[in-house]
Design a protein around this ligand. Structure first.
Ligand code: URA
Length: 433
């Protein structure tokens, strides 16, 4: 088989066989196929599409390019959650301990900040000492001891995706459903899970801005996972404004801790309870969603979930005192509040831009190994539909780099639209598949 023939086939809109996809992925993972040929094939696929059976083959080949974990020593149902990425989305830090406290084992392999969206690993690493680079043996041991373990993708897990993701990032081939589906599902299925809850974001802060694209991605991932024998639920949720009140790393960790301590009033807490309840049902701990919701809520009000998080932080080398004293998390030196310059209702928030401001002010990386300022963050005073008067606070920025203050204030102010008429508000959870 020759790679140029497979590029030609995709260029001419023909379907690749299972063996051809295997040749492609195995050859690329073993460095036998160069980046320039793979890049050409990726772009041909992006432009001409992939069939269902090509996508299925891609997922399976990427999954088996590395280790697929098993957890025979753990008798609880193994269920994870994956979000396609958003702004202010710190749900993993809450739902993993909640689900664990309810009898679900959560083997979570997470990612870092990507484009304007934050990453669970960066939020966890804001906790002094917290290690997300456990070996797979350590990962399994923490999972057994605490009921949850939270790490980054190791070199053994879906190595084909590690290589391909970097190439897609450089060749403008990330936002394509079959590639996203293969990338996400290969990593998640390698965790050794029985079931998965998918949170597919849609809106101006999501990769899939349009609802229909998000729905098709959710359906593609759900049916693929089910065909592979996993119990899957997919939620399509709104990302037309940041989730919760804080956007950043340490500040989001703090907000997650407050939620675990019992602050359940926010949109963020509501989504956490719903996702955790779905994990409890997917794990077959409960069959009824209302009972699962009240179990999830009890895990928080009883303090059980917070204790789970404490064990996990300790087991992964972090300082658990952050749970009692959030000031131990990195703190920004300066704060500045942006106020409303007109009276009316908040009718639009450019969510992607809010995320980019945090990234550009130091909260994200410029390159893969770059340093990150965990303390930078934004507090969202005004959410969609809120009525504001001239002079009311909209956002408080917590930052260190004073030289960019004017630019950031300008960008944040123009990310807000305030109008006379109240907007129609979308539900946070739009669809469950
Ligand atoms: N997250 C992933 O892991 N892969 C993608 O392709 C997009 C988001």
């Amino acid at each position: 088989m020759r790679m140029q023939d497979l590029i030609e086939k995709k260029r001419d809109r023909k379907e690749l066989t299972r063996d051809e996809i295997a040749f492609l992925i195995r050859g690329y993972t073993r460095d036998e196929i160069p980046d320039y040929q793979m890049a050409a094939w990726l772009m041909a696929g992006f432009l001409n599409g992939l069939t269902e059976s090509e996508t299925q083959a891609l997922v399976e080949e990427m999954l088996y390019s590395g280790v697929v974990l098993t957890h025979d020593h753990i008798h609880e149902p193994k269920v994870d959650k994956h979000s396609t990425g958003g702004v202010g989305d710190k749900t993993s830090l809450v739902i993993a301990p909640v689900a664990a406290a309810c009898g679900v084992a959560v083997p979570m392999i997470s990612g870092r900040a990507l484009a304007h969206t934050g990453g669970t690993l960066d939020k966890l690493e804001a906790i002094p000492g917290f290690r997300t680079d456990l070996s797979l043996i350590e990962f399994k041991a923490v999972l057994k001891r605490c009921g949850l373990a939270l790490i980054g993708q190791t070199k053994e897990i879906a190595p084909a995706d590690r290589k391909l993701y970097a190439l897609r990032d450089l060749t403008a081939t990330v936002p394509f459903r079959p590639f996203m589906c293969a990338s996400i599902m290969s990593k998640k299925l390698a965790e050794g899970i029985d079931g998965l809850v998918l949170d597919v974001k849609t809106g101006n802060g999501a990769f899939m801005r349009e609802y229909e694209d998000a729905r098709k991605l959710a359906e593609m991932m759900a049916s693929l996972g089910r065909r592979m024998g996993k119990r899957i639920v997919a939620l399509i949720t709104d990302m037309n404004q940041p989730l919760g009140r804080w956007v950043g790393n340490a500040v989001e960790t703090m907000e997650a801790i407050e939620t675990l301590q019992g602050d359940l009033e926010s949109d963020f807490a509501g989504l956490c309870l719903e996702l955790a309840a779905q994990m409890i049902v997917v794990g077959e701990i409960e069959i009824d969603m209302n009972r699962a919701r009240s179990r999830a809520r009890n895990a928080i009000t009883s303090g059980g979930a917070l204790e789970r998080f404490r064990y996990c932080i300790e087991a992964q080398g972090g300082d658990p005192r952050v749970l009692d004293d959030p000031k131990l998390l990195p703190q920004a030196r300066r704060a500045s509040t942006i106020i409303a310059d007109r009276t009316g209702y908040v009718t639009g928030i450019e969510t992607g831009e809010i995320g980019r401001v945090v990234m550009d002010w130091g909260g994200g990386r410029r390159c893969l190994e770059g340093a990150i300022d965990y303390s930078v963050g934004l507090y969202i005073h005004a959410k969609l539909g809120d009525r504001v008067k001239i002079g009311d606070p909209i956002i408080t920025a917590h930052y260190n780099d004073e030289s960019r203050l004017d630019e950031m204030q300008r960008r944040l102010r123009s990310a807000y639209r305030v109008e006379e008429a109240a907007p129609h508000l979308e539900p946070l959870i739009k669809t469950i598949i």
